[in-house]
Ligand binder design. Sequence first.
Ligand code: BGC
Length: 735
Amino acid sequence: MSRIFALFALTFSLYAQDPAIEARVDALLKQMTVEEKVGQMTQVAVDVVTASGVGRTHKMDAAKLNDAIHKYQVGSILNVNGEAYTVEHWHEVINAIQDSAAKTRLKIPVIYGIDSVHGANYTHDAVLFPQSYGMAATFNPALAERAGVISAFQTRASGIPWNFFPVQDIGRNPVWPRMWESFGEDPLLASRMGAAYVKGMQGTDIGAADKVVACVKHFGGYSLPMNGKDRTPAWISERMLRQVVLPPYEAAVKAGALTAMANSSEINGIPGHANYHMLTGILKNEWGFKGFTCSDWEDIKRLHTRDRVAATPKEAVRMAVMAGIDMSMVPTDYSFYDLLLENVKDGSVPMSRIDDAVRRIMRVKFMLGLFERPKPDAKLIAQFHNPEFDKANLEAAREVITLLKNDAGTLPLKKGTRILVTGPTANMRSVMNSGWTITWQGDREDLYPTRKPTLVQALQELAGKENVTFVDGNTFDKSPAIEAAAKAAANVDVIIAALGEKAYCETPGNIDDLTLDHAQLMLVNALAKTGKPVVTVLIEGRPRVLRTIVPQSKAIVMGYLPGLEGGRAIAEVVFGLTNPSGKLPFTYPKSPNGFTTYDHKPLENTHDNPFWFEFEFGHGLSYTKFEYSNLTLSAPSIARGGKLDVAVDVKNTGQREGKESVLLFVSDLYRSVSPPNKELKDFAKVNLRAGESRTVRFSLTADDLKFVGLDDKWTVEPGDFKVRVAGLEKTFTLK
Ligand code: BGC
């Protein structure tokens, strides 16, 4: 693991201070008026400069644009108006903005920002990758890095140099409607996946024509609302914050992420946008973050209107800027500009804070090369559709799919099997992509490209139409076609029930009950009664509680939100063209109150209070069999500065080739702060042919054994530890 951190440190140093850039920033800052500086800290939504129309009909308003750029000298514009633009329209929009900026006194280019969270999802016909929590199931950071490269390419080809991604909020509350934007419940896995995305998006030369600046969000602790609902309070102790919540953000920052977005909610009573401890204390001072922070949508205003920590809008602006926010996503007016100017003029915000914020913003603009190349690169349009991009997407989607249950080899289905397909997610693309796709909510089925198949279309393509009967009509919460489906089952060998959730994004995705809709439970109930084997496919943005479906299904396939290649990838797993290798990046709950993570505390697994789950973190079946043996440690003990080598043999003892994610867990047996059951410390993915075996090696240092101690600081305590890989374990001592 320490090697990884060395790599982070190296990457980070590439983004640290470049004297030439610092000199340019200094020179520019000297020329800027206070108005120009405050303008640079202001970000508005594209709606503010829009005349009319959405998507293909969108038109800019020259007078409004002139106001934004010349009257308020905004530093940034964001978002899409309504729905995805074509890459050509993006060029028109960005060209108009930068042409206008080029006519300002100092010719400072605008940095345009967008949420390309699973590909350039706001550009027409872009590659749509699996959403993050599915990507995490691959346990394959190389796939995340590649997705980052392609997302960056298509975003930058659209003329946009800044991506509000990755979401490094830890996914430990499955009720939270943004669970799917996270990389799941484990800090190490989320750290590696997020860092890989940053590397892919920013590369080693952020000034290259096809790179974008990453934005780590939502810093920090946004994902742990007590009641699971988006934008409701979290209570996170300093110990838990440092142990579990902060590491993924820190990994992305250390990987070089040049911007960070604040937590839209509050922790411990402090709104994310007023949290000096987090934004300045930890991010900027402790971690040495040299990029800039931005607010989330309208959240500075909300310090006054919603959170009631600021008595006036002006005070809200002062609070946020003094807490460490460098740029305000205002975003629908210029109030921030006016109020910040007032704050500066009456001395409430010192000029030194403004200079620090503007210095950070300018640093990123210079690093991006925006001053030299503010406009979209027309050459990139020609390479926008690259078949290699689709291939990379399909490869990722294949590794995402996770086989949760497979009684008596129900899957894969044999050639010629007659299949009934039914259920609400069988024939829709929106459900496989969900939010941040073409539109914010991702639910406009009519806007999805039809070049890639839905699940039922993909099954038909692979099995032949004559073998696939489709009974449509059941929706998520209504099941008018149950009878028709059960009747159609008489003529088939197996039933595929495609269940899950409709598309949603952010707060509109709040729910009151984690249980899957009653109508879907009833559908499987009726299908199981026919006596035909039921294969349940889950296409959902969080692990909805399955109850009776689990015993009633002979096989269960978890699709997560697999993106545009999801139909194909799932169908390949169903027919055995792909051997599934995904593993759950979270613990799948068995009951709405039962969401305990794999790294639970001892008192979450007692006689009276057993660890209660449907499928555990790391669970995922294969069509072959992997056997683990010879877990060995290089020594029985490890010194503080030492290193312990761990080796384990993995053999494919089944009949076919397969990929296996090898997970290394460590348990601290006794310590001053009650230890988790076990923690993931490293992982590696191997591909093994039938009969092939491989020795997988890891190494542990004392750094891997540290925890946040009684004084809320990282510490190591000598004692006994257990290394666990699959069913094997070995004990060692830290001296
Ligand atoms: C979301 C952010 C997003 C921003 C800009 C907010 O509502 O919380 O994740 O980056 O909007 O679209």
